[in-house]
Design a binder for this molecule. Structure first.
Ligand code: CA
Length: 449
């Protein structure tokens, strides 16, 4: 499983919507998961621009029923980026928005990225950025905060498997030719963000792969019915477009080879440097960076990317339940959690409700399309931890990961040594401490430091 942190300037060039759909198609295949989706633009009305990039991203995720992936936006960026389709899609598909019908509720991209890295296993995250580098610079330079005692650079060194950067070559006649001194499309919009390139060049603990491929690797959406992907293409230039971002995603998820076929190969090690206003140069040097080459012709990649982007989701988001909240969302063992109220959407006809191992869902009633009352009991000896909550309706399953938490024994009322759970509690306490997670809250509201 490949874990992606995807940072995109969705809303202008339609290749960003294509790469977003590609991520979901590959997730549908079981090849990857997205730990967070961040947008590097969400304009400022003072500059005559107003994007709805986060909502556009939510529309794309919800299309595939991927309702819970964290989404963040960069607000008031003053990046002058052209809103071609984000606002239109946010508005035309507004009825599919579940979390961010109000754009003001969308979190800040930096906080979403830092939290996603904290939550990820060490060395596991493939961060792919396909727009201007402002979110990347914000992350790299971010200080310790309530989310983590580590700086952004330290978090990236610890958590990233690799950083994949697609800057988008201007209509280059042949991207296979190594571009010495290359003017790229994403830098003029944000020279400040671009300076992070030089910081990365001297930070050899972070592996960087430059993927400026995709010219004439087509994503062709002619053959599909209107959907958010096709609408983005229609508003951009038409139903056929280059695949810069999708090539970066394909490399990040499938690596250099897939199914016995070599897709890509690396240049010798080197590093990329930047000089204003938009000039970048890759030099073979002592860096920890690679230039990526295609090992196959352009049509080989067109024939992979187009069918994946155009394939219908296994479960269309509008066919499966959305789980928004559960109350209570936490419980100690031996406590009564009957009734538990689950809220969301599309609950009508629910046949199965599950709260995971160690919790018996005795019976439940579907009060409305948006509420289920559950009558659960916690099994003796149930192991503490997070549980996925599931609702099945005739057209599909809705599963919200980690929605319910079974806490350790109630420390104030229990004779700790009498509980088998005590050792388990101490293990969890130490694990949380080491991981830098917030301490346990005790029932009286204090915390166990
Ligand atoms: Ca882009």
């Amino acid at each position: 499983m490949v874990y992606l942190l995807h940072d995109t300037d969705i809303g202008g060039d339609s290749d960003d919507m294509a790469e977003t759909f590609l991520i979901e198609a590959l997730r549908d295949n079981g090849e990857c998961q997205s730990v967070a989706e961040t947008c590097v633009c969400n304009g400022d009305s003072r500059y005559g621009q107003y994007y709805h990039t986060g909502q556009c991203m939510e529309v794309a995720k919800n299309w595939y029923g991927n309702f819970y992936v964290p989404i963040g936006i960069l607000r008031n960026s003053a990046l002058w980026l052209w809103d071609v389709y984000a606002s239109a899609i946010a508005s035309e598909y507004a009825s599919t928005l579940l979390r961010y019908a109000d754009e003001n509720d969308i979190p800040n991209a930096l906080l979403v990225q830092r939290q996603a890295l904290v939550d990820a296993a060490d060395g596991s995250v493939h961060m792919v950025t396909t727009g201007p580098l402002r979110n990347l610079r914000h992350l790299y330079e971010s200080p310790a905060d309530d989310i983590s005692p580590l700086t952004g650079a330290e978090l990236m060194r610890l958590k990233l498997n690799e950083l994949v950067i697609a800057l988008g070559v201007y209509l280059h006649p042949d991207d296979y030719i190594f571009p010495e001194g290359d003017d790229t499309a994403n830098l003029p919009a944000d020279p400040w963000g671009a300076e992070v390139i030089n910081q990365l060049a001297t930070d050899e603990e972070i592996k960087v792969v430059w993927v400026d491929l995709g010219y004439e690797v087509y994503t062709d959406v002619n053959g599909i019915a209107m959907n958010p992907l096709k609408r983005a293409f229609q508003l951009w230039t038409g139903y056929l477009w280059h695949s810069w971002g999708a090539m970066a995603i394909l490399y990040a998820v499938r690596g250099l080879s897939f199914g016995g076929t070599e897709y890509f190969h690396y240049s010798a090690k080197g590093k990329r440097t930047y000089t204003a206003p938009a000039h970048v140069l890759f030099t073979f040097d002592s860096g920890n960076q690679y230039w990526l080459y295609r090992s196959q012709g352009k049509s080989f990649f067109t024939d992979i990317i187009t069918p994946l982007c155009c394939r219908a989701p296994t479960h269309l988001g509008t066919d499966i339940p959305y789980l928004s909240a559960i109350n209570p969302s936490q419980a100690y063992p031996d406590t009564n959690i009957d009734p538990t109220i689950l809220t969301g959407k599309r609950f009508t006809g629910a046949t199965v409700v599950s709260m995971g191992e160690g919790i018996t869902v005795g019976s439940f009633s579907v009060d409305s399309d948006e509420q289920i009352t559950i009558h659960p009991t916690i099994d003796k000896g149930a192991v503490m931890g997070f549980r996925d909550v599931l609702v099945t309706i005739p057209t599909g399953d809705g599963v919200r990961p980690g929605m319910f938490e079974l806490l350790p024994v109630d420390l104030l009322s229990a004779n700790l040594m009498a509980y088998d759970g005590y050792r388990c509690f101490m293990e969890q306490y130490i694990k949380r401490k080491v991981a830098g997670l917030p301490p346990f809250k005790l029932p009286n509201g204090t915390t166990w430091e």
